[in-house]
Design a protein around this ligand. Sequence first.
Ligand SMILES: [Zn+2]
Ligand SMILES: [Zn+2]
Length: 454
Amino acid sequence: MPRLSFIASAFIHFIFVFCLINTSISGQVIAAKNKKNTATDLLLGKVDELSDKLMPKVIAWREDIHQHPELSNREFRTAGIVANHLRTLGIEVKTGVAKTGVVGILKGGRPGPVVALRADMDALPVYENNNLIFRSIDSTMYNGNMTPVMHACGHDSHVAMLMGVAEILAYMKNELAGTIKFIFQPAEEGPPGGEEGGAKFMVKEGVLDDPKVDVIFGQHIESGGTIGTFSYRSGSVAAENDIFKITVHGKQSHGAAPWSGVDPIVTASQIVMALQTIISRNSQLTKNAAVITVGSFHSGNRENIIPGEAVLTGTIRTLDTVMRNTIHQRMREVVTGIAASANATADINISMEDAMLVNDPALTEEMAPILKLLAGDSNVHVVQAGMGAEDFAYFAQKVPGFFFQTGALPPDKKPSEVLHHTPGFMIDESSFRTGVRALCYLTINYLDKHAGRR
Ligand SMILES: [Zn+2]
Ligand SMILES: [Zn+2]
């Protein structure tokens, strides 16, 4: 028997106390709902009851997946667990979608729309530094090196929670007015070089068709958010990520005779500084934030030679399409203009890496009150957009989407100690009950409100 670490036992104690508190809160919610006693209210009451019963299973799934993390496009074991579970529930299953993706289709007993629910499955090349009894000690080949792997973004919890949601909704399928498509997605963090992957690839393979999805919901666990809270935002939620490469062509010369050549290092340095003025002088920052970062600058190989070329690469983050287009246009003008002023030439190449995640305003307005019903008004926060990327964007480009975050901060930790993508990342499992209920509540309410639409 492994000995429980102090942290693990503190966790278990907390989970126990939290469950006691939360059960009584949910009891009040059920009681309030049952006063109306509509069919939807009865189903939501059933969700509360079933999610309580299912929690030990959801936690066990998560700990197992956490202990066996798999990198993007390599989620073979995880996909197998998901597919087996969905099959035992009598859900129609497709595997191998966009490499390792699993899609389940659950048809309700009454006609209605198609709601898709998405969970991402991949882990990250990060060393797990904590005392959890289910911590990952796995390593795998990554970029040619053996590298430790960890679920350092919480996608293990997304998988486990959606497996729980599938079990609850399958149990009540005769009462459901419509179809639910469960999308277990590979490679949210980005596929390995040279491979396709993620939401973009799933969309390309037709995951939103047959049956055609009407709306899609997604949640992300948030290690820095208080347990029992949700956060969301209408409109742009996460930035578009464009990457750029600038090559400045000068003329090689002796380091002692710069007048006989064209110095690409000095020219590229002027470009680096001028790019920042595009943000400060040309971008309407009162509307939205924007970022240009030059992340690499390579030129030359010797102290007394002025090289012939300099190469800059970087990223552009925007939350507004008009601002993005302005930035691209100004970058081209500034780069070619500065190069010309130095008698050099320059090429600039800009390509989209990640789409902007936009929550559909009408759907957000319809669904946010459901989160408030679940958590209480004061526990649902409208937040600022972030400059990071989230590939749920590719689903939300095609069909109205609503993406929200579920708080999971361990009570003995500060948000800065458990940041996503770091060795200290940690989430509290008592948050899973809130996440499972949220996806069930959103689905049932949407189906009921739009029943008979098909
Ligand atoms: Zn991540
Ligand atoms: Zn993530």
